[in-house]
Design a protein around this ligand. Structure first.
Ligand SMILES: [Zn+2]
Length: 164
């Protein structure tokens, strides 16, 4: 860090404090040249994802909204909030790993369904039916269908092996 007073690049950290959620760190530093003390603030760099709707409108991908939609699908199911939080984290990580920052809502929906499919079958069906109601017939349905075909194929696979 460059000392704001004298411009020296030599400093030492005299105190580090993590924020409550662990997402940021505040550091007290002291310049080795002039002994000026100053504070730096480090934050985890989050990749800003945007959701693109079918009509072409964009909006920031809202983690909270995503979480709520899954919580709703898992209502009265044996799925804990911690599991859901973890699932949301994994879904977002998966989306962040893609090359694009602008993600069609259909892709987000498909990622959620894939996760729910392994989490709880009832929650999966609920989520799918809600999305079927609200989304226009189109890409999204195609995506669900192709996912379901893949899922069925995967589920059928062990039988293929044991049958022979
Ligand atoms: Zn200095």
């Amino acid at each position: 860090m460059r000392c704001p007073k004298c411009g020296s690049l030599e400093d030492k950290v005299i105190d580090s404090r993590s924020s409550k959620d662990g997402g940021s760190i505040r550091r007290r530093r002291e310049c080795l040249e002039c002994e000026n003390r100053y504070t730096t603030f480090e934050e985890l760099e989050r990749i800003e994802l945007r959701a693109i709707k079918r009509d072409g409108r964009h909006e920031p991908l809202d983690r909270h909204k995503l979480l709520n939609s899954i919580v709703k699908a898992c209502e009265k199911r044996p799925v804990g909030l911690e599991q859901i939080e973890e699932a949301v984290g994994e879904i977002l990580q998966g989306l962040e790993a893609d090359q694009t920052r602008e993600i069609p809502t259909s892709t987000i929906g498909a990622a959620v369904m894939e996760k729910l499919h392994s989490l709880d079958p009832i929650a999966y069906v609920r989520y799918a039916s809600v999305y079927r109601q609200f989304q226009e017939i189109g890409d999204f349905i195609d995506e669900i269908n192709s996912y379901e075909k893949r899922a069925v194929r995967t589920a059928a696979q062990p039988e293929l092996f044991t049958a022979s």
